[in-house]
Design a protein around this ligand. Structure first.
Ligand SMILES: *[C@@H]1O[C@H](CO)[C@@H](O)[C@H](O)[C@H]1NC(C)=O
Ligand SMILES: *[C@@H]1O[C@H](CO)[C@@H](O)[C@H](O)[C@H]1NC(C)=O
Ligand SMILES: *[C@@H]1O[C@H](CO)[C@@H](O)[C@H](O)[C@H]1NC(C)=O
Ligand SMILES: *[C@@H]1O[C@H](CO)[C@@H](O)[C@H](O)[C@H]1NC(C)=O
Length: 810
């Protein structure tokens, strides 16, 4: 008899357990029987049971089990794992659901009570419910999310997402997606000592960010088709919108919120949307006194500023500490003759922590404010504002620093004079990463073989390793506030546009806008297609570029490339508002530039010296951003005055970047390799001709030519006479001509006078002409390795930047 009982027991515990989705009153799930003591949803997508989070440490979790390994989507006790022995989840007769550790203490409970019968059920959508037999819900896991939002689950006032500590440590981390008291959905960094909101753009008003503060319902919801809608007006659609897939929106430990969809074929969660493209905009990553930088290969990195050293190399959130005695920055000490000086950190920003914002007319004024604040000012940030003065931000603490992504202005770091002179420049891209191993497969539509040059190897390597941050988002962020009646000023408008992003236009609207693509609206015509001026339905004036149709390129590939370009956002790059793909029509919609292109001005006297210099600096910044801080090292390949547009203040914006890819002319094409040559005669680097690898240095070369044209007022295409008294008159091309003039002149003043455009009538700043010509001559060096990078150029042209080496001519 006993034997039979044992046998039956044996059978029941080893026969394949009937998967159940319900736990009845009075029963338990044990941590020791992971295979049998698990609830499985009727469709088999989800299971609820004990999930191992560490050595002998378990959390009761809901997991998505179609993926291998299972993906936890909810946890009951993320901050207090239970023992791997004797722990149980029990549904008591009273109606309370409790999680008990081996030591018989309750680690978690739903604190529910019911007089009628209750059961625990795992639904097909991943929701774990405690229900009465009548069907009323006592408790559900969807009401208390951890870091994941599933389709159909509501993000609310109480239900926010909180990141894990890391990819392997599931306990509560530092980043939170939540509804703030102003009804706006935000991302918050909540560190041990400080906290700050970093999304949407914190220094904008909600309406500038495209958010409404009026709807108090505070609800956001994701559907299985990839559309997310929030009551503050924020919404997005995933790149694979309309496909019904398993999806999850996750507050990731690196401070970004990403939408993933599950690819059943490859068993991979693919990123189909992310909140923040410029990963260094996330707060709290690098700690105090350090800077976040983006490197195409190493991914996001942190590094200490000059004069500082890292506190804990294994934990960058602790930042860097000064190598000098901080006492030296106090004013009492300064009297003892320790003086301070400032180090320029070009296009660098430290978000927050200014005592107040001053409106100043010059750099010196801001510097004096900082100096007088003694130890309460660690440095200051200076940026242009809309009324053409500067905003001066003296910083009490240097936190949330970054030197990549869209940054308006420069930071000036206060250091003791001797530290400034003696300490070494920091190594910017050390292989140390801010967060360990955040590599994810990319959701790319295209994976065609490319040129196998080093650059492309690097590029794909980068793509595979860490470029996740810049994953494609071709999200149609609809303009919710298109009907907004208040008229934002120019700056606000720019921010609004960049915040709301990209729009898909209908062919009909663009046809209306351009009066049927009529000749009278045509403003340009190039190899890429025809450009029209047009007025959109919302009254914005746009430049509308119809690309010459390319039958070989699929829509998905086109959109993927386009989304890359659409994400680029810099004040010196033309803003792309949207696109249209319908049938054979491929159209791009850009902001319209009142003053046309630099080509119209190179040889006119509208551009005084200051404007010319600013155009040179701005163009360098725009190209530097394209080359080093974005997704794929976008090479422009056709830098010329026609592609440098001027806004109403004659600020330059580089246009037509990335077009070579959009037009699908990037491929090697036929074996003859003839399709290789691109660009425009006169501006093309020698590499094109000599079949050398094409790198970002081709743009540097073209830039150098453009600068020489701007300074001299002479065209690169013509030849120029050179009057070197001993040798008589010779005809030379622009570069040789300038080089010969510079080398042949007895002193700086005389070559500057000889080179500079006579139309300026002597109205120029000699040191700036000198700087520009020197830089330009470096840029047009025949050996690409001798040319500076675009960011070095931008740095050299900074008002208080590095001095230009004199060895440039060799
Ligand atoms: C996870 O991180 C927390 C907080 O730093 C720490 O207390 C805990 O021990 C970590 N857990 C594991 C499994 O490493
Ligand atoms: C937080 O502040 C405390 C006290 O000021 C300090 O000891 C600690 O190092 C700070 N923690 C971090 C991560 O900065
Ligand atoms: C507030 O948002 C909710 C959810 O998006 C929506 O259903 C509701 O209509 C909105 N209310 C108002 C007054 O706009
Ligand atoms: C302080 O330095 C200045 C210039 O460096 C010098 O002229 C002055 O004599 C110094 N004063 C003292 C007290 O050392």
């Amino acid at each position: 008899m006993i034997l039979i009982q044992v046998f039956v027991l044996f059978l029941t515990s080893f026969s394949p357990a009937e998967a159940k989705d319900t736990l009845s009153q009075g029963s338990s799930l044990s941590v020791e029987k992971p295979t049998t003591d698990t609830l499985v949803s009727a469709n088999g997508d989800f299971s609820a049971g004990f999930f191992q989070v560490g050595d002998n440490a378990f959390c009761f979790s809901v997991m998505f089990t179609r993926s291998q390994p299972p993906t936890p989507v909810w946890m009951a006790n993320r901050d207090q794992p239970v023992n791997g022995k004797a722990s149980t989840l029990s549904l008591l007769k009273s109606g309370n659901l409790i999680l008990i550790d081996a030591g018989r203490t309750t680690f978690w409970s739903t604190t529910t009570f019911s007089s009628s019968k209750v059961h625990l059920k795992l639904n097909n959508n991943g929701n774990l419910l405690l229900q009465t037999s009548q069907g009323s819900i006592l408790w559900q896991s969807f009401d208390s999310p951890t870091d994941t939002l599933l389709p159909g689950q509501k993000l609310t006032d109480q239900a926010f997402l909180l990141s894990s500590r890391s990819k392997t440590n599931y306990s509560s981390g530092f980043y939170k997606l939540f509804f703030d008291t102003d009804n706006v959905l935000k991302l918050l960094y909540k560190g041990p000592n400080i906290s700050s909101v970093y999304w949407p753009t914190p220094y904008n008003t909600p309406s500038t960010n495209g958010r409404s503060t009026f709807n108090i319902s505070r609800i956001a919801i994701l559907d299985s088709y990839g559309s997310f809608l929030s009551s503050d007006g924020f919404q997005f659609s995933s790149t694979d919108y309309l496909a019904k897939l398993h999806r999850r929106l996750v507050m990731d430990p690196d401070g970004n919120t990403r939408l993933y969809s599950f690819n059943e074929k490859s068993n991979i969660w693919e990123v189909t949307w992310l909140a923040i493209a410029a990963s260094c905009s996330v707060h709290g990553l690098c700690g105090a006194n350090s800077l976040c930088a983006y490197h195409p290969v190493n991914g996001r990195t942190c590094y200490c500023m000059q004069g500082f050293k890292v506190k804990d190399p294994n934990d960058w959130t602790q930042g860097c500490v000064p190598e000098f005695d901080e006492e030296e920055l106090t004013c009492s000490n300064r009297k003892k003759n320790v003086s301070v000086d400032y180090l320029t950190l070009p296009t660098t920003e430290f978000y927050g922590y200014e005592s107040r914002v001053y409106n100043v007319a010059s750099l010196i004024e801001c510097q004096n404010i900082c100096t007088q604040l003694c130890e309460d000012c660690k440095g200051y940030q200076l940026s242009f504002n809309t009324i053409r003065t500067y905003n001066c931000y003296p910083k009490t603490v240097l936190l949330n620093g970054r030197d990549s992504g869209p940054v308006n202005g420069d930071t000036y770091l206060k250091l003791p004079k001797e530290t400034l002179l003696s300490s070494e420049k920091p190594l910017k891209h050390s292989p140390m990463k801010c967060d360990s191993n955040f590599a994810q497969p990319l959701n790319r539509f295209y994976q065609k073989p490319r040129r196998n040059s080093t650059l492309y190897f690097l590029l794909w390597f980068a793509t595979a390793v860490g470029v996740l941050e810049f994953t494609i988002i071709l999200v149609v962020w609809f303009f919710l506030f298109r009907t907004n009646k208040e008229l934002p000023d120019h700056e606000d408008q720019r921010l609004l546009l960049s915040a709301t992003g990209f729009q898909r236009f209908s062919y009909a609207e663009l046809k209306r806008a351009t009066k049927g693509f009529s000749k009278s609206q045509e403003i340009g015509r190039g190899s890429g297609g025809v450009v029209y001026k047009g007025k959109l339905d919302d009254d914005r004036v746009a430049a509308i570029k119809c690309l010459s149709s390319d039958a070989n390129q699929g829509e998905a590939e086109f959109l993927a490339e386009l989304s890359t370009i659409g994400m680029l956002n810099h004040m010196n790059l033309i803003d792309m508002w949207g696109y249209c793909v319908e049938g054979k029509h491929k159209i791009l919609v850009y902001e319209f530039m009142e003053h046309g292109s630099l080509a119209d001005y190179v040889s006119s006297n509208t551009l005084d010296w200051k404007k010319r210099f600013d155009v040179a600096v701005g163009t360098a910044k725009g190209l530097a951003y394209l080359h080093e801080e974005c997704l794929e090292w976008v090479l422009h390949c056709d830098v010329k005055p026609q592609n440098i547009l001027l806004d109403s203040n004659f600020k330059p914006k580089v246009a037509d970047f990335g077009l070579s890819k959009l037009l699908n002319r990037d491929e090697r094409g036929s074996s003859s390799g003839f399709s290789r040559i691109r660009g425009t005669r006169g501006y093309m680097a020698p590499e094109w001709v000599y079949n050398l690898p094409i790198t970002s240095k081709v743009d540097v070369y073209s830039y150098g030519i453009v600068v020489l044209e701007m300074v001299s007022g002479k065209s690169a295409m013509e030849t120029h006479s050179l009057d070197l008294s001993s040798r008589g008159i010779e005809q030379r091309r622009l570069v040789t001509w300038v080089r010969d003039v510079v080398e042949g002149a007895p002193n700086r003043e005389s070559w500057v006078e000889a080179v500079v455009d006579t139309k300026l009538e002597g109205e120029y700043e000699i040191s700036q002409v000198e700087a520009l010509v020197k830089v330009a001559l470096q840029c047009v060096h025949d050996d690409m390795n001798q040319r500076p990078s675009m960011s070095q150029v931008a740095e050299m042209l900074q008002p208080h930047g590095k001095t230009i080496p004199l060895s440039f001519l060799n």
